[in-house]
Design a protein. Structure first.
Length: 254
């Protein structure tokens, strides 16, 4: 979807420039995907956690972090999009990736859910602080941009997405994590946190592109029904693959 045409993937693989962040992103995605498959295969062969599985798991985590950093770095270098420019975008991507990973772990493995709840709480507070700093910096910035994007986010066409992120993705999960400790509510909080990650990414990407650099009409975007079905289908496919690994290959999820 990002490259527009499947043949562009072949061009990146065969003629990509190493100085291009798009090439870095493509290579990071391939490396992380291969390492993940190796990890699943090794975990299937081993009955429990070993030095090998821990080492490969660490490599997968580092590869995922590298992928997230490159993704954020690509946006941070776009001078025509002031809302994204700067190192905060990379930090935001890393923290949101951590939130999503912790939330998925809590939803998947009940044995570690209570142990990871504290880390998820801390990560959610960090994301709230980053959002506050980002918006406050934009408001007090003498530059007219990205004040326009912030105005649209606080009271314009983008305010609904931002409110969903704040209420559903931050306030509700934090309240649940503080007052309820049983597994069901921990999983509900984790699910809301994942919804918040998706809402935050939708807000960040649409806000960054809402005001064109050239004198063109103001842009607006909302996910189409087809895009929504694509996301649901991708998640369903991932769950199906995971269940196949558990039932057919007998991969140990612990």
């Amino acid at each position: 979807m990002d490259v527009g045409n499947p043949m562009n993937l072949w061009r990146i693989l065969t003629a990509g420039r190493f100085t291009s962040l798009m090439t870095w992103d493509f290579l990071a995605l391939i490396i992380t995907g291969v390492l993940t498959l190796i990890y699943l295969f090794v975990a299937w062969k081993e009955k429990g956690a070993t030095a090998g599985t821990k080492t490969i798991g660490l490599l997968v985590a580092l590869g995922a972090a590298m992928l997230v950093v490159v993704e954020g770095w690509m946006l941070a270098t776009l001078e025509s999009r002031p809302l994204w420019t700067g190192g905060m975008t990379v930090v935001n991507f890393l923290v949101m990736g951590l939130v999503a990973g912790l939330a998925l772990a809590i939803m998947s493995w009940k044995a570690v859910a209570s142990k990871l709840a504290g880390l998820l709480t801390t990560s959610l507070w960090v994301t709230l602080g980053l959002l506050f700093i980002e918006l406050l910096t934009a408001v007090i910035n003498a530059n007219a941009r990205p004040g326009t994007e912030v105005g649209l986010s606080l009271g314009g066409s983008l305010s609904t997405t931002l409110r969903i992120y704040l209420i559903v993705g931050l306030i509700l999960p934090l309240a649940i994590l503080y007052w309820r400790k049983d597994l069901l509510w921990l999983r509900i909080a984790a699910g809301l946190a994942i919804v918040g990650v998706l809402a935050e990414k939708l807000w960040l990407l649409t806000a960054g592109q809402s005001v064109p650099w050239l004198p063109l009409p103001q842009a607006s975007y909302a996910p189409s029904f087809v895009e929504f079905l694509g996301i649901v289908g991708a998640v369903a496919l991932a769950i199906l693959i995971y269940r196949v690994l558990l039932t057919v290959l007998k991969v140990n999820p612990e």
